[in-house]
Design a protein around this ligand. Structure first.
Ligand code: SF4
Length: 443
């Protein structure tokens, strides 16, 4: 069982850190909330629809045609998925935001999805259909302490494409920008999945589909170097005793200059001994708490390290992972699946969080097709599971022909706690800061 560091750098964090180290720290260490613009809410919907459209893309690609024919057919095939996803997206936004103009959001989302379909058609025309399309593939490389959710992988017998659906805005991706950094980072995870050295991109085409077009960035030595440096920086930031040196900045595009200015000032005054005593004490207590939260965050990854380091009998003995499941039936809910197992589960109970894995030959377990979800009921026939993101039909498509294993997972809920600490330190009225300071206590 792993005793040491189980911190993990997510590809999206690496991409942010590759642009600006401070920006990464503001969001993922200090807890400054994101700006959540109008376009990114619509992007959530477009992302969900595309994540569930692997089967539709496969069918349309196999039937070939001109670019406009492909786009028209794709639009038609995706239509039912749009309907299914709409209600779920609206409920999600209602839970998270007090006032949402759904009409405006739907308009943006519809136009962006249309643009994404145009982009996909541009890539598909003239290329032979791939053997498989995997969507929303979570890949964890515990050796490199890196994880990412790749939007899609198009798989041919001798090569593959690492695909990013740029749904959060309509801007064209920029060379050496966020999207370029993220896809190189995800491409490294894809290389790991296919048993190649993570920095060898020989058989890996990188593709960013954006509104109305495609971008085929290259994994140049310079970009790879940047991504590897940003990954070390991210991992360094998550532990209190490591020094970080990355200094890239892109302030002219930054949406967080105020928070950045505030924390830069506090840290500068602290280093020069000029921070007032009461502020110094609050800063000390908050940092103490922040590192406790970051330490707790690594616990959510511990089972992944256990799975990477141990054999199957050990994992089954400690009830971390169970094999022998098959996906035999779907319940009426679009996201519920029945996983049957002779004799039922010995490891899982109602409410457990799990990752359903389609065990692929010659692939690392945590790079195989997988779906996150939770156990609704466990009985002598197996488990009924609600999937978090995928629909049952798409999970079924991607699991076809694969032995199914189920692994215990944990959820990372630390972002909210970090955001509360940011509020206390940066924005709360004096009275609340004083109460919070007392509650944060001594070491
Ligand atoms: S304002 Fe500049 S230095 Fe600060 S987080 Fe934004 S990009 Fe980085």
């Amino acid at each position: 069982m792993p005793q040491g560091d189980t911190h993990v750098a997510m590809s999206s964090w690496i991409a942010v850190a590759g642009l600006c180290g401070w920006k990464f720290r503001l969001g993922l260490v200090f807890g400054v909330p994101g700006s959540g613009g109008l376009g990114s809410l619509a992007g959530l919907y477009v992302h969900k629809v595309l994540a569930r459209s692997g089967g539709a893309i496969e069918r349309v690609w196999a039937s070939r045609g001109s670019q406009s024919e492909i786009a028209t057919r794709l639009d038609r095939e995706i239509e039912p998925i749009r309907g299914e996803t709409l209600g779920e997206w609206k409920r999600d936004l209602e839970d998270r935001f007090e006032l949402v103009d759904f009409e405006a959001q739907e308009l943006i989302a519809g136009a962006r999805l249309h643009g994404m379909i145009e982009g996909l058609a541009q890539y598909m025309v003239g290329r032979s259909p791939p053997d498989r399309i995997l969507t929303e593939l979570q890949i964890t490389n515990t050796t490199a302490h890196q994880e990412g959710r790749v939007d899609a992988i198009f798989e041919w017998p001798d090569h593959y494409s690492t695909v990013d659906f740029k749904t959060y805005s309509d801007d064209e991706p920029r060379s050496h920008g966020y999207d370029h950094l993220q896809i190189v980072s995800n491409g490294m995870l894809a290389n790991y999945r296919y048993g190649r050295p993570e920095l060898d991109f020989t058989n890996n085409e990188l593709l960013v589909v954006y509104t109305g077009g495609i971008y085929l960035p290259r994994a140049t030595d310079r970009m790879i170097e940047k991504v590897v440096a940003a990954r070390s920086y991210v991992l360094g930031c998550l532990t209190p005793d490591r020094v970080q040196t990355i200094t890239q900045e892109a302030c002219y595009r930054c949406e967080r200059p105020e928070a950045c200015g505030y924390y830069k000032d506090v840290e500068r005054l602290h280093r020069s001994g000029q921070l007032p005593e009461s502020e110094e004490e609050l800063r000390r207590r908050i940092w103490h708490r922040r590192y406790a939260v970051l330490d707790f965050r690594q616990i959510s990854h511990r089972n992944k390290f256990i799975v990477s380091l141990n054999d199957l009998p050990t994992l089954e003995k400690f009830k971390i992972l169970e094999t022998g499941y098959s996906m035999r039936a779907r319940t009426s809910d679009g996201k519920a699946v029945l996983l049957t197992k002779k004799g039922g589960s010995r490891a899982f109970l109602d409410g457990d969080l799990i990752r359903v894995i389609g065990v692929e030959k010659d692939k690392p377990t945590l790079a195989c097709v997988s779906f996150n979800g939770s156990v609704v009921t466990a009985n002598n026939d197996g488990i009924e599971v609600t999937l978090s993101e995928h629909t049952a039909s798409d999970a079924s498509r991607q699991l076809t022909g694969l032995p199914v294993a189920v692994m215990r997972t944990e959820i990372d809920l630390t972002r909210r706690e970090l955001q509360a600490l940011d509020y206390i330190q940066r924005r709360a009225p004096t009275q609340i800061r004083e109460i919070a300071q007392a509650l944060l206590g001594e070491d």
